[in-house]
Design a protein around this ligand. Structure first.
Ligand code: PHE
Ligand code: ZN
Length: 847
């Protein structure tokens, strides 16, 4: 009644929709869309409801006979045809509507980006294109005709003819409307091919605007690697003769898996050594993989309703993470993923927006494309794999594809596949899908007469709407080391099912050092009282790379927490990192281990421990510790910095990228001592964006980058993606006292094209990433941020709502800051005509 949708209200659609024929006559202000829907009722006497929003109905006919106004009801949200006007059996409904893509600034439905037409239909954008049962469980075969002047006219599936001013497309695979796509414009393609494992040749095209075609080569290779990997790892083959991928500059999200026609934010396609960083290359490959993998986990098998979103997203993120691990990064990928998970998902779980991977109600589904659905959804899949083993996982997935191909499924279907293929009862495990919140795991140890016991207690704090948290099944990977560093018990999976539970190891000569939650085997917070010596020992000796990093991270976090309360840098920590500054471990690992936890992570940890974080003190502590690290290890850091220079031309491969990453980590530390001399030199000499931007960031953080920022802008002002980095870097890294003023200055810059989501996010995301700057005590950061959310909301509600999550941590801070943030949230909430997106978010944020 209040506009909330509930999972428990799900009912199947009372009609089947077999075929859809669409014709688009494109025009920026008056595109005509005609649709013919072949429908048949599943039950007699039900009204036919079609969703439709912001579209003008021109005509409506049933089997060729126009309907009269008495036959139907037209509202703001759709069209309902009375049962009396419907025949008993199958029929075709014909509609014609008019839409104005040029006026569509929300970037949902059919819109225009730099003169090009494109669509974004997930989740509920198709209803802004034509009247339709816009729900994922209605799967139909689409035939599309496009008429327009643009030289390139694309839709899903296979080409079915073309001529001057028109093209037709036929998609043989039934699909829900959210996977529909259309692109029309002046585009150029980079071509490639792929021969599938059963010998079908597939044409691949990466479509971009003229001028961008020299930055597509990497994307094409990434697509080919993805196709190969999915065949080798999951036995999944591509199923059309053509795969098109298009880059657009105005896009709300990262990318979209439309069948046979993936549409990408151009930042996740375009790359050259001069314009893209190593991290950009890595993300491009991961997201191209992600969207490609959706062809099976999303498109062939889709979701029954939007509550099941993590069925496709959690699984597909898990797949793309495995892909990156296999083709690129190896075990350090897990560390990257856990840093991201803690930074976003744990943060979400600890605040007013906490929700389960499968929520049971929402007002605006666009607000549920969250880290919980995506990243925690992936962790849950990873735990299933841990529980049934690699072979059991492949067996389960084979069954999933065999049983559910062509269907719209639920989490229950997914769990049943694991139960049926493994013979295990997964009902307790299912809580990971239905319960919100991050379990905290406490552990104590006991050694007696060769027997070693670990006792675990799990506890999850209440989350909005879920006061009770029954125990979950937690797979805890444990290994034991002897005091001389040998591994005496290799990795073992303990399955914890009770609130408190003990596990015993026998036959040990001496008290071992435990390595718990190896490879981060479950998304939980491990709380363990332990000594700095033991952490230092694990940092030096653990055979599990993740837990080596974790030990260093724990030391760093504890040191920073103490320092933000006034303590001196901990010499045990400074000693322990000696193995990283020199040492022989993989450079990418050393780079990760030398980077201190971010300020938000420290604030999160303080809050979890019942303390109130002081943003300025945290910032100072972090800078002070960096300087202490540099002083203690200056010679080794300088030698490593020099040794990590990569000779020869740039390649984005993991080896050289790891060296650059270590080099930049050293640079950041050394810059606290050398007055920025090395960074200035590197900025001048760099021939790739990784080092150029890395040096710039170091100088910005030191408060000495005016010349470099001007030079960078001068050189790159014509390249939107690079200029996004210019905005983001200076705002996110500048001394916090300057952030709010800098944000104002940047917002007044003629290059601040605020209706472009990437540019808007660079500024807003830059400010909120500057933890102490955003949380400045006088509230200037909050005010700037709220002003711009209010301004963006009527133009692009989805992006405004998404960015409002910067405020989700407000309960962590002191009463004065809390009051300031609450006042800004109320000001947003009270704005007249606020979108459903942003009003749902402010209501939830305020709690
Ligand atoms: N389904 C897309 C993905 O994860 C994300 C997306 C959602 C894009 C909604 C646009 C709109 O791959
Ligand atoms: Zn996805």
């Amino acid at each position: 009644m209040d506009g909330t949708t509930y999972l428990s209200d799900y009912r199947p659609y009372p009609f089947t929709l077999d075929r859809v024929a669409l014709t688009f006559r494109l025009s920026p202000r008056a595109t005509r869309v005609t649709a013919a829907l072949s429908l048949s009722p599943r039950e007699a006497g039900t009204p036919l409801h079609l969703d439709g929003e912001q579209i003008k109905l021109i005509s409506l006919a049933l089997d060729g006979t126009p309907l009269t106004p008495a036959d139907y009801l037209l509202t703001e949200t759709g069209l309902t045809i009375h049962p009396a006007a419907l025949p008993e059996g199958a029929f075709t409904l014909q509609t014609e509507v008019e839409i104005a893509p040029e006026e569509n600034t929300a970037l949902e439905g059919l819109y225009m980006s730099k003169g090009m037409y494109c669509t974004q239909c997930e989740a509920e954008g198709f209803r802004k294109i034509t009247f339709y049962p816009d729900r994922p469980d209605v799967m139909a075969r689409f035939h599309v005709r496009i008429e327009g002047d643009a030289p390139v006219l694309l839709s899903n599936g296979n080409p079915a003819g073309q001529g001057p001013g028109w093209a037709e497309w036929d998609d043989p695979w039934p699909k829900p409307a959210y996977l529909f796509a259309l692109v029309a414009g002046d585009l150029v393609a980079t071509h490639g091919t792929f021969t599938t494992m059963s010998g079908n040749k597939v044409d691949l095209n990466i479509w971009v605007r003229p001028g961008d075609e020299n930055r597509t080569e990497f994307a094409l290779g990434a697509l080919q690697r993805s196709m190969k990997w999915d065949e080798e790892t999951y036995g999944r083959e591509y199923d059309l003769s053509l795969f098109n991928l298009v880059a657009v500059d105005d896009f709300n999200m990262g990318a979209m898996e439309n069948k046979g026609l993936n549409i990408f934010n151009s930042k996740l396609v375009l790359a050259s050594p001069e314009t893209a960083t190593d991290l950009d290359y890595e993300r491009i490959e991961a997201v191209i993989g992600h969207e490609y993998f959706h062809n099976w986990t999303g498109d062939r098998i889709t979701c029954r309703d939007w509550f099941q979103l993590c069925l496709k997203e959690g699984l597909t993120v898990f797949r793309d993470q495995s892909f990156t691990t296999d083709v690129r990064l190896g075990p350090v990928k897990r560390i990257d993923d856990v840093i991201a998970l803690r930074g976003r998902q744990f943060r979400e779980d600890a605040g007013p927006l906490a929700h389960p991977p499968r929520p049971d109600h929402y007002r605006e589904i666009n607000n549920f494309y969250t880290s919980t659905v995506y990243e925690k959804g992936a962790e849950v899949v990873g735990m299933l794999k841990t529980l049934v083993g690699a072979g059991g996982y492949r067996k389960a997935l084979d069954l999933y594809f065999a049983r559910h191909d062509g269907q719209a499924c639920t989490i229950e279907d997914w769990i049943k596949v694991f139960e049926d293929s493994s013979g295990r009862d997964m009902s307790q495990f299912k809580r990971w899908y239905t319960d919100a919140g991050t379990p905290h795991l406490k552990v104590t140890e006991n050694f007696n007469n060769g027997t070693y016991t670990l006792e675990f207690t799990q506890e999850t704090k209440p989350t909005p709407g879920q006061p009770e948290k029954p125990p979950r099944l937690i797979p805890i990977a444990v290994g034991l080391l002897s005091p001389n560093g040998d591994e005496v018990v290799p990795t073992t999976i303990l399955e914890m099912t009770e609130a408190t539970q003990s596990f015993t190891f026998t036959g040990l000569a001496t008290k071992p050092v435990p390595s718990i939650l190896r490879n981060f085997s479950a998304p939980v917070v491990l709380e363990r009282e332990t000594s700095a010596q033991e952490q230092a020992f694990l940092l030096a000796h653990d055979t599990d790379l993740f837990n080596r990093w974790e030990a260093g991270r724990n030391l760093a976090r504890a040191t920073l927490i103490a320092m933000s309360g006034g303590a001196e840098p901990d010499s045990a920590y400074l000693d322990a990192i000696g193995t990283l500054t020199a040492g022989t471990t993989e450079p990418a690992f050393r780079a990760l281990a030398l980077r201190l936890p971010g300020e938000d992570e420290i604030a999160q940890a303080l809050f979890a421990a019942g303390a109130t974080p002081d943003p300025e003190a945290i910032h100072r502590a972090r800078r002070t510790l960096m300087r202490a690290m540099a002083q203690r290890h200056e010679a080794a850091l300088a030698a490593t910095y020099d040794a990590c220079a990569v000779p020869g031309p740039y390649t984005p491969d993991a080896g050289p990228a790891g060296l650059r990453s270590l080099r930049l980590a050293c640079l950041g530390l050394l810059s606290t001592l050398d007055g920025g001399a090395r960074a200035k030199r590197l900025f001048t000499e760099a021939t790739n964006m990784t080092e150029s931007l890395g040096a710039l960031g170091v100088l910005v953080a030191a408060g000495d980058a005016a010349r470099e920022l001007a030079a960078f802008r001068e050189r790159w002002q014509g390249n939107a993606l690079v200029m996004d980095k210019w905005f983001l870097t200076q705002l996110s890294l500048c001394p916090p006292g300057q952030a709010a003023e800098l944000a104002e200055t940047l917002a007044a810059d003629p290059l601040f094209d605020w209706k472009n989501p990437n540019r808007f996010r660079s500024v807003m995301g830059g400010l909120s990433a500057n933890h102490a700057g955003f949380h400045r005590a006088d509230g200037a950061g909050y005010r700037f941020y709220a002003d711009w959310l209010i301004r963006l909301d009527p133009v692009n509600p989805q992006t405004a709502a998404r960015l409002s999550t910067a405020f989700e941590t407000w309960r962590r801070y002191d009463p004065a800051r809390q009051a300031l943030i609450r006042a800004e949230l109320r000001r947003i909430a009270d704005t007249p005509a606020l979108s459903r997106d942003l009003s749902e978010m402010t209501a939830r944020l305020l709690g």
